[in-house]
Design a protein. Structure first.
Length: 125
């Protein structure tokens, strides 16, 4: 078994954000589950305290994690890290929680997410 496919994936610029700014234009209801922005590894959701954004890159080696709403967990396909619904690590080699990004709610209701600006787990826009 070769690690070449993993190395190629991790060093590829294909999945990297072209800009740290991501716009989400769809309606986001209160108490919604995580929604993919579809153009980046950024997911958004809204609870009673506001809107939040998460960057779906494993904190172990940067593989893209996938959200499984039926399990309320984020799973990393590369090395098996599992995160809870809020992005905190439950098991595997991941050393810390998934990155949260700053969110701004625009007057038209769209979200502007700045992935270059990390925020704490309690941050809401």
């Amino acid at each position: 078994m070769s690690i070449n496919p993993l190395v190629k994936y991790l060093t590829s610029k294909e999945d990297q954000l072209q800009s740290p700014l991501v716009v989400y234009n769809k309606p986001l209801d209160k108490n919604s589950d995580w929604q993919s922005t579809a153009t980046a590894r950024v997911w958004v959701k809204r609870d009673s305290r506001g809107a939040m954004a998460l960057v779906a890159s494993c904190t172990h080696l940067g593989c893209e994690v996938t959200y499984h709403p039926d399990r309320k967990e984020w799973l990393c396909p590369c090395h098996g890290s599992i995160y809870d619904v809020e992005g905190r690590p439950l098991s595997g080699p991941a050393p810390k929680a998934l990155q949260r990004a700053a969110v701004e709610i625009k007057p038209d209701g769209s979200l502007m997410i700045n992935t270059a600006q990390q925020v704490g787990m309690d941050y809401r826009a």
